[in-house]
Structures are given as C-alpha cells and as structure tokens.
Write a protein that binds this ligand. Structure first.
Ligand code: SF4
Ligand code: SF4
Length: 305
C-alpha cells in the first residue's frame, strides 16, 4: 500500500468503528506459544471450557481457517470503559451491557472485508472470538499491543476495554510497522486486586478461579464456599485497576455497544426470580444469553446467600 491507499484503509477502518488495527503476515504460531498453551490446558486451568482442547492444529496455523491466507488484520473496537459508566444496580461486566459483540464486531469487520475483496481481490474470513485463533498472540505479533499480566491485550494509549476481531485475507498486505516490546514492568496491580487469586505474579491465569469464568462459562452448581464477590455476570476488576486504562482517553463508542438502560437498572433480586420469557426479551442480541436463564439465576442466588 502506498501512503494514499493506507490513508483510505485508515478511513475505512474508522468508518466501521475500528479504533486501532495492525497487519501481520500469517504463518505458523511459534512453538513456544503452542507449548505454553498446551501446558495450560494439560494443567486443567481452562476449567470446563472443553472447546479450548479442540482444533489444536487450526489454533497453530491460521491458514487452516482460510486456505491461502497471507495476511491478518487485527482490529480493536472499543466498548464503554467501566471507569466511565453510569451506576449499575447489578454488577455486570461493561462489555456485556450493550448488544452482543459477536454480532456487532462481525457485522463491522464483514463490511471492511467486503471492501478489501472489492478493491484488492482475494478471499477473506472474519473471526470474532469463536474461531480457534490465538487472538492475543496475533495481536501482539502484529504490534497492536502487548499482553498484560491480567491476560488482556493492552494497547498503549488506549488501554484494554475493546473487542478484538480479525480479518484473514489471501491478499498480501504490507505489514504495519513493528511496535517496541512492552510489558507490565513492576506494576502487579491486577495481581493484588483480583479477589480470587486467579492471576499469578508471573501472569499465569487459572480460569477456574476467575469470576468471569465462574459467572459465564461454568455450568451447574458452584463448589461449596464459592463466593462471586457480588458479580452477577463477568468481572471488570483486573482491567479497571490497570494504569493503562486509567490513563487512556475516552474512545468513541459505536451506538450498538452503548449500555442498554434496562441492563443498567437490572437488580440482583430481579435476576434471581426471572422468568424465561423475561430473560429472552431482556437479553435478545445480548452476550448475557450465553449464561442462560439457569446460570443467571444461579449467580443471583449465590450473591444473595
Ligand atoms: S476478571 Fe476478576 S476474577 Fe477474573 S482474573 Fe480479573 S479480577 Fe480476577
Ligand atoms: S494492572 Fe499492571 S500488571 Fe496488571 S495488566 Fe495492567 S499494567 Fe500489567
């Protein structure tokens, strides 16, 4: 891309809500990254998220998601920072207060991908969270940001309150410039702030202890003595304490991702006695439907104990 076409690319991204992006050539994932992921799985730290055990071959090579893939565009679409949200009656993670990001991000990136196919040819594939793709690995390799001890991708100057999505393309795009290596240094605030000790001082992460995992992914009853620390759905704590978020400016947020008033005013009591009819109406096109009515009622009951 020459400078004028890259300017077009910038405006195309902005038009579809992508605040930052970076382009990286695809290829196999480095063996050390595969080994550390495999070790995490073998230790059972992914809990009951069995889907993470599958498609190891695809996870290790994005060309298996799109034959002939030569470039990946890693995209960041911001959601409202919990540091700037209006008060919520029940503790729901900031990302889940608007419309389901899977749908919103996919729609935006599909529009970008279509434009790429039209102007540059080739095929594309959009991935949003559900594909077996090492999103943070590629985002880091592309220079978009670095992975913090809290396992979030952090974009310097923007923080970590954004959704990641990727566009794989067979078109050969010039990579964006490499970013300087960054890490958390001696901070450690998220390690201290996590109420369940899910984050180790070396950045190891035990999903089984994490309140996001417990309130969203865990199925069935909780182990006796489990505390949700007041969280009804998800947890923002390790992101909220991160200095990269405190120092970030306010981002422009897509209207679809703005908090829904009905979710800001939802109470734990209401969640505890919710009917299926009310659940379906309230969480249509919402990520919260992932936990299903039984999960939401279980979470509310555990908070009220
Ligand atoms: S989301 Fe909450 S429980 Fe999970 S690691 Fe972060 S602070 Fe800990
Ligand atoms: S809170 Fe500190 S240690 Fe944790 S991710 Fe942010 S910068 Fe890294």
């Amino acid at each position: 891309m020459n400078s004028s076409s890259s300017l077009c690319f910038d405006s195309l991204m902005r038009k579809h809500g992508v605040a930052r992006y970076a382009i990286v050539p695809t290829g196999p994932v480095e063996p050390s990254a595969i080994a550390s992921f495999d070790r995490w799985i073998q230790e059972g730290q992914h809990g009951s998220m069995a889907y993470m055990e599958r498609y190891g071959d695809v996870r290790a090579n994005p060309a298996l998601l799109l034959e002939g893939a030569s470039s990946m565009i890693c995209c960041a679409i911001p959601y409202p920072s919990p540091l700037h949200l209006p008060p919520r009656k029940a503790s729901i993670a900031a990302y889940a207060l608007g419309s389901d990001y899977h749908e919103v991000v996919r729609e935006k990136l599909t529009a970008v991908a279509k434009e790429i196919e039209k102007t540059m040819g080739g095929k594309t594939r959009v991935c949003v969270d559900t594909a077996p793709l090492r999103e943070r690995y590629w985002a880091q390799r592309s220079g978009l940001g670095f992975t913090g001890l809290n396992s979030h991708l952090i974009i310097p100057g923007m923080g970590s309150f954004f959704f990641l999505g990727e566009i794989l393309t067979t078109a050969l795009l010039p990579p964006t410039p490499a970013a300087p290596e960054r890490d958390c240094g001696r901070c450690g605030r998220c390690v201290k702030a996590c109420p369940t000790g899910a984050i180790g001082p070396d950045g190891t992460f035990d999903a089984r202890r994490c309140l996001s995992y417990l309130t969203i992914e865990h199925r069935g009853e909780f182990e006796p003595g489990t505390s949700l620390h007041g969280r009804l759905y998800g947890c923002d704590i390790c992101g909220a304490v991160c200095p990269h978020n405190a120092g970030a400016g306010r981002q422009e947020i897509l209207p679809e991702l703005q908090p829904r008033p009905a979710l800001l005013s939802l109470t734990v009591d209401e969640a505890a006695s919710m009917t299926q009819e009310r659940f379906s109406a309230l969480f249509t096109h919402s990520a919260i439907k992932r936990t299903k009515l039984a999960g939401l009622r279980r979470n509310a009951a555990a908070i009220m104990k």
